[in-house]
Ligand binder design. Structure first.
Ligand code: ADP
Ligand code: MG
Length: 739
């Protein structure tokens, strides 16, 4: 594809085919997503159809390598053409300036070359420029004639061919010139310089565009090629494709981890910065998850393979980044609509321009001058109007933004999410795991039963052993540390947002928060633990259906970085609301520590959803950050759902944005990234539009009657090349910005 209107042409063509439901074509990422009925149609049919229009589809397998190969070839080709065109263009451009100035200032001598010779030389160069360098523009015109589809190539093609044909006629058949009484002057320079500038622009654009997408390349580069596994008791080095589930993989110091797995022997520090963006190596011991693409530091360990090939975290991240980079931001809809009607509109405007020059112009200036100026205007309009920069404005910024996110452990699902995030004014966060470490510890036990403390803990831990809640982990860990035996349990049930219940040795126990116990309608001495809750501790109460047996206090340390992060969010004008199922006192204590504006405590998971809804009703644009598992409905309801991954083991499809390594300061980075990217897009759109909005009337000669000003097609070519280059460079700037 050469421009945004190519994307439009392909979309229109494929959508019009039978059994196709939806087609999306992205110019920036050069990807098409087609929803079709496989039993009736297929890729080869689409391919046949669009091949007529000069395009082709590559199927998903290995698209990455193909696309890369394609763009490398394209770049090499453009480089060759640029090397030829650049010196020629500069010489012609200088000669032309000389000619213009010699007419304006009598002190400057005329061109020291006879007109005839100059014309003949120009004709030879222009022929090479048009038929070799500008071949695609000629094809654009033939396609237009045969299939009535026009893209930017068509516009430039018509412009340069008209200039070329007119000039060739004048040069080869001077009688025509005499007949029309036009001067000997030719427009070969227009053909040469326009094609020259545009080729240079395209070359620079392709080079920069390559850089916008290098995040994927870097991620792919993380993948190890070989793995050292134990087969039949021996260490063998095999290709990574040959690794199977449950393989035991040995990781030596300084080597990459080839697939995902769980560490079974040895220990080490692993550099996960390439995945999570966290610079400090993570200590890995038996039972810890290791992921492909990360780098072992000094230790040696063996891990058991759990995920291979496309299942690995790294593969999923690559897929997600690729998909997100190819997705469309809502803001793009406008640009798409415009580029869809742009080319025909411009064809119309340019024709009208010529007509006006030939009619009105002839009245005032005579046919000779009206024809030559009209021709110039016609060509200028065609050249400057190219919607090329418009098509690059959004996708290039999205590609860079999403890639930059990935590098920082911020996984963005699609462009729309990135766009929504910059409008967010309220962020709702979960307490556990987001503001606190998510690794609570058992602090104290208050036993009011006739059992020993160890017996009581044993019962609680036996039940909690079945639960996924961080509190449950705290209690089970405590029991293990104290070597307290766990009992087998007869039944078990988790009560969402409240706790757990189950039968141990024939007796039913309830373990959970105040609400759970209050539901039992038994007496509970709340004031006895108010002091603890006011200090941020969470009470876990154990009871039978008749009476309370004791209270265990659990506390979770605050994340230091949360304080700073909340401050930064405030600085970005964002209100932070804490939503938690935990005790009110506990929640308020934590909120005060980290500087949260509003606390909503003791909410059940389903009420979290309603709270988000009510914030949205009040006109807020809400992002919800949660652990992504039990907060799923609320995450889905929020304008932007942000999953805070703990460690590297996360389900990355669960939210619009996934922050690897569950660090709240990443939340700030994500918001900044979205703001930077959106600002970039808006600047790009401005620059893309301004060239056209200002350029077209200028090129048409609107200033000519009053000021005698006309945009020479050569400058039109220069401006249009610059607009694309400036848009892509502006997108690249996002890469270097601090978030
Ligand atoms: P949060 O994620 O904010 O802690 P949850 O809905 O997960 O919210 O839990 C709400 C409250 O219910 C917890 O703060 C805790 O008091 C209680 N609770 C939930 N699950 C358990 C459990 N397995 N053991 C003890 N208490 C629990
Ligand atoms: Mg939770």
């Amino acid at each position: 594809m050469h421009c945004a209107s190519c994307a439009q042409i392909i979309t229109k063509k494929i959508s019009s085919l039978p059994h196709v439901n939806e087609t999306r074509v992205n110019y920036g990422s050069e990807k098409a997503t087609i929803d079709f009925d496989e039993s009736h149609t297929g890729v080869h049919i689409f391919n046949n159809e669009i091949q007529k229009l000069g395009y082709s589809l590559l199927e998903e397998d290995n698209t990455h390598d193909h696309t890369k190969q394609n763009s490398d070839n394209e770049l090499a080709e453009l480089e060759k053409k640029t090397h030829f065109m650049l010196p020629v263009t500069v010489v012609i451009f200088l000669l032309m300036m000389w000619d213009i100035f010699s007419k304006l200032f009598p002190q400057i001598p005329n061109l020291p070359i006879p007109m005839r010779l100059f014309n003949t030389l120009s004709m030879i160069v222009a022929t090479v420029a048009l038929f070799w360098v500008g071949k695609q523009y000629i094809e654009g015109v033939t396609r237009f004639i045969r299939f009535r589809v026009a893209n930017m190539d068509t516009l430039i093609g018509i412009g340069t061919i008209v200039a070329y044909v007119y000039s060739t006629l004048i040069t080869l058949l001077p009688q025509i010139g005499t007949l029309l009484r036009v001067p000997e002057y030719t427009y070969f320079d227009v053909t040469i310089v326009v094609i020259g500038f545009i080729t240079l622009g395209k070359y620079l654009e392709a080079r920069s565009k390559k850089k916008t997408g290098d995040a994927i390349e870097k991620l792919l580069g993380l993948q190890a090629k070989m793995a050292l596994v134990i087969r039949n008791g021996k260490e063998v080095e095999i290709k990574i494709e040959e690794v199977i589930h449950d393989d035991l993989v040995i990781v030596k110091p300084g080597t990459k981890i080839p697939v995902d797995g769980v560490l079974v022997e040895g220990s080490s520090y692993v550099d996960e910065s390439m995945i999570t963006g966290e610079p400090i190596p993570v200590n890995k011991n038996s039972g810890d998850v290791v992921v492909a693409g990360t780098l072992n530091t000094t230790g040696v360990f063996t891990f058991k393979t759990t995920k291979i090939g496309s299942e690995t975290m790294l593969s999923q991240i690559i897929d997600m980044v690729e998909e997100a980079q190819g997705s469309k931001a809502p803001i793009e809809a406008l640009a798409d609509k415009i580029s869809g009607i742009f080319v025909p509109t411009v064809l119309l405007i340019s024709t009208l321009t010529l007509v006006v020059w030939l009619t009105l112009g002839t009245q005032y200036l005579g046919l000779t001058q009206a024809l030559s100026l009209g021709l110039l205007s016609f060509v200028s309009v065609l050249v400057i109007a190219c919607p090329c920069a418009l098509g690059l404005a959004t996708p290039t910024a999205i590609i860079v933004g999403v890639g930059k996110g990935a590098k920082n452990g911020i996984l963005i699902k699609d462009a729309a999410t990135l766009e929504h995030l910059h409008k967010v004014d309220t962020i709702v966060v979960d307490k556990t795991g987001t503001l606190t470490r998510g690794k609570p510890e058992l602090i104290s036990i208050k036993n009011i039963s006739d059992k020993t403390d160890a017996e009581l803990i044993s019962i609680i831990a036996s039940l909690e052993n079945k639960s996924e809640h961080p509190i449950a982990h705290a209690i089970v860990t405590h029991a293990k540390e104290k070597n307290i035996q766990l009992a087998s349990i007869e039944t078990f049930e988790a009560i969402k947002g409240k706790g757990v219940k189950g039968i141990v040795k024939g007796i039913e126990y309830f373990v959970g928060n105040v609400t759970l116990i209050q539901d039992l309608k038994i007496s509970l001495d709340i004031p006895s633990f108010t002091k603890d809750t006011l200090e941020g501790k969470t009470p876990v109460i154990i009871a039978t259906k008749d009476k309370v047996l004791g209270v265990v206090m659990v506390a979770d340390a605050i994340k230091e970085e949360a304080i700073e992060a909340i401050k930064n969010l405030h600085a970005l004008g964002i209100k932070v609301v804490m939503l938690t199922g935990d005790n009110k006192n506990t929640a308020e204590y934590i909120a005060k520590q980290v500087g949260i504006d509003e606390v909503v405590a003791e909410v059940l998971p389903e009420d979290k959803l309603n709270k988000i809804k009510s914030l949205q009703k009040a006109g807020m644009v809400v992002a919800m950050a949660g652990d992504g598992v039990n907060d799923a409905p609320a995450l889905a309801q929020a304008d932007v759902g942000i999953a805070m991954g703990t460690g590297t083991d996360v389900a990355i499809e669960s939210a619009g944005i996934t922050l690897l390594h569950g660090d709240i300061s990443k939340l700030v980075k994500a918001v900044r990234l979205s703001k930077i990217t959106m600002r970039g897009i808006k600047q790009n759109l401005f620059w893309a539009f301004i060239y056209n909005i200002v350029g077209i009337p200028l090129a048409a000669g609107i200033l000519y009657p009053a000021f005698g000003l006309l945009l020479n097609p050569i400058f039109a070519g220069f401006a249009m090349a610059m607009s694309s280059v400036s848009v892509v460079s502006n997108s690249l700037r996002i890469k270097a910005m601090k978030i």
